[in-house]
Design a protein around this ligand. Sequence first.
Ligand code: CTP
Ligand code: MG
Length: 335
Amino acid sequence: RYKKRQVACRGDIDRLNNPFLEIYESLIPAEEEKAKQKQLLTLLEKIVCKEWPDARLCLYGSCGNSFGFSKSDIDVCLTIGDEDINKSEVLLKLADMLQLDNLQNVQALTRARVPIVKLMDPSTGISCDICINNVLAVVNTKLLRDYAEIDLRLRQLAFIVKHWAKTRGVNETYQGTLSSYAYVLMCIHFLQQRRPAILPCLQEMKTTYSVTVDNVECSYFDQVESLIGFGSRNRESIAQLVWAFFSYWAYFHNYANDVISVRTGTILSKRTKDWTKRIGNDRHLICIEDPFEISHDLGRVVDKSSIRVLREEFERAAEIMQDDPNPCVKLFEPY
Ligand code: CTP
Ligand code: MG
């Protein structure tokens, strides 16, 4: 059903760099927006400390990992040292306090998969979700941010891929397509695989950062300032990389056997992960290993019908990159 095809040479590919860079620039949040996010975080810290003096607030998700678009909501994690807290009670208490401090649309969602409090800050206009003790998310946010420091092309590629996924409707986990987190990992892995490599594999290098969270040891090399320029022997432009990324997922990825793994910087086989058959709802139709929770397949949300949607979208994007004189228009056409 899916096409196998050799990618033809496109002589004018570098002509497409500027349009892609313009899209990237238009999506980056302005400094003043970052300042407003900090302002909101400081306000929330003040409120939280009244009740829980030892608690801390950390940004996670796109506002903390440097892959956030302008005007996006922020995700905040409240860490409370005590392991035995009742999350629902804390969230309800927190919601009360936020309401008293005049935050708007305050809502505690205690039954969600990740229980949160939602709110909107009228003075900055920013909406925010607060979760509790989701430390793994804070750590994987740092990993993504650290990778982004090494080579600017990661941030550019991931912005374009996320923008494509959002406009094409394939960034909806509840409909069986992939999370933004999964797309960024796909970009990191792809850049680890280029020859010469554009990104190293931080988890295979000397450990300079290590934390143990929920019995998962998270360690990697985080002194990334020393790795700036790592990918400079590879001169591929952003347009070439976008094209190669979509071609990889359209024509070259082996969906039957392969697992992409940022943790090892390689492709693993489904056999070695024991991801060969469906268990419960995990069908493993596209396999993306979480860098720390290595039993998590971020493709687990994908089902028999959404894998078709995804693969057809990858093919569509690859074809546009191959043939279209103005790919930036069609690539981001709303579905
Ligand atoms: N996360 C995770 N495991 C998942 C999905 C998400 O640990 N299966 C955590 C990650 O820390 C991720 C954060 O939740 O950074 C937010 O995920 P997501 O909404 O997919 O990514 P964002 O970067 O916030 O993207 P967007 O700009 O679309 O909001
Ligand atoms: Mg988010």
